[in-house]
Design a protein around this ligand. Sequence first.
Ligand code: MN3
Length: 212
Amino acid sequence: MIPGPDAILEQKYPFTVPALGYATTAVEPAVDAQTMTIHHDRHHAAYVTNLNTALASQTALHQHTLGELLMGLRRWPAAVQTAIRNNGGGHANHALFWKLLSPGGASAPSGKLAEWIARDFGSTDALKAQLKAAGTGQFGSGWAWLVKTATNRLAVRGLPNQDSPLLEGELPIVGLDVWEHAYYLKYQNRRADYLDALLARINWDVAGAQVL
Ligand code: MN3
């Protein structure tokens, strides 16, 4: 059972890493088990640890959800904005990423998401091409995103580091991690091949639940 799409955004301090929910071998060969283990158990866990450390003394922020912390970033004390942006973003982004790679589920968009993709991109293949271009074109570390904009359109974004689309009031629907830690053990410099493999593994039920 996959928890609701926004469940992670409802978390409050102290934050916890969600279980992967499937075997580390389950996404092979697209993502190898060693990468999956290191990525989830160390990289994602580090974002959560660092977020908790940064917010430990910020008791006024403990009442706010992860989603609120990201969407309202400029409202918080300057001393913790960078930590929330980087580590809060890292937590939210990876939690969605693991769900998008969940084995099973629809292999193509359906329902409202399919309608919106047809409206805004023409076809799922055209969307995938734009996501791949955003991922390969992202200089250094970052993510390629399919987002729902404030005006209920779909758009592809390339964002640096762990910047969440939520920082700009856009809802993440699909996120593709193009940090080297996500693919280097298996793909080395072949980021485009990694993106092809990811795009073929997207659980479109998870993505579709984001636009309901
Ligand atoms: Mn990552």
